[in-house]
Design a binder for this molecule. Sequence first.
Ligand SMILES: C[S@@+](CC[C@H](N)C(=O)[O-])C[C@H]1O[C@@H](n2cnc3c(N)ncnc32)[C@H](O)[C@@H]1O
Length: 296
Amino acid sequence: MNSALYHVPVMPSEIQRYLITDKSGVYFDCTLGGGGHTKMLLEQNPGIRIIATDTDEESLKEVSSFAGSSGGRLKIYNDNFVNIRKVLEKEGIGKVNGVLADLGVSSRQFDDLSRGFSFNSDNLDMRMNKAQGLTAEQIINSLDETELADLFYKYGDERLSRRISRAIVSYRGRTRISSGKLLADIIHRAVGGRGKIHPATKAFQALRIAVNREMDSLADLLKQLPDVLELGARACVITFHSLEDRMVKNNFRDLAASGAYLNLTKKVLTPSDEEISSNPRSRSAKLRVAERISNC
Ligand SMILES: C[S@@+](CC[C@H](N)C(=O)[O-])C[C@H]1O[C@@H](n2cnc3c(N)ncnc32)[C@H](O)[C@@H]1O
């Protein structure tokens, strides 16, 4: 992929329009990645500051030099966004004027074969934070057949989960499965080709979500939003997976029912056809926005 594309943020004009309610406010970017959204927001809103987290140290290498030249307008923490309150405490800030979360992996992480996210990878790591948790290789080689099938079904909505887990367990009885390439091949042979998408797409997605405990982190973040949003502040969450979108949708609906929040996206926002053709990664993005309207 063209390296410039790594920094193309998803739904940029929608994020500018919905997130920025105070032109001199402080905002929190939970998922800094290549800094695409943050750079765009800092450029378009010269009066704002952004505090950002990313759990992946490698992702931050490039964007760190940008922070250095931002005149103090961007502060980066290599941390999980579940620590949003701790990070804000370190900054001496209680609440912010907006929170952005653009979930999942970045194109750079996906395309870097040494990270193990792709069908062509030589390893099977898949951890966003390489210092923590089990690798995909450990999970694939240790869960029993039913546990693997449940994982593929629960996080990948994979209808052929049982056939896939059976093939994995049979293969690993002979040889350890230690690369994305091999896993993709085993799945391909088990279920055959199915249309345009690679037959291992759903299983890989499910594995990545499990490795990084992505659903738990999102649930934790959503629970903390009321503690960190200033009156009038908005939370913008971009998801790429139906389970995540459902979690955000239900959370924003419940917040609105409390009377203290407005659900600004009863109808979810999606990228325009034009954006999808220029940035295919945006294809499955869904944006939901909630605004704090009372301190109760
Ligand atoms: C889709 S990318 C974000 C891209 C970014 N918005 C941009 O425009 O360049 C998602 C990023 O979130 C990070 N991430 C995922 N889960 C995280 C978590 N729980 N805490 C902090 N960062 C996380 C990933 O490491 C990845 O870099």
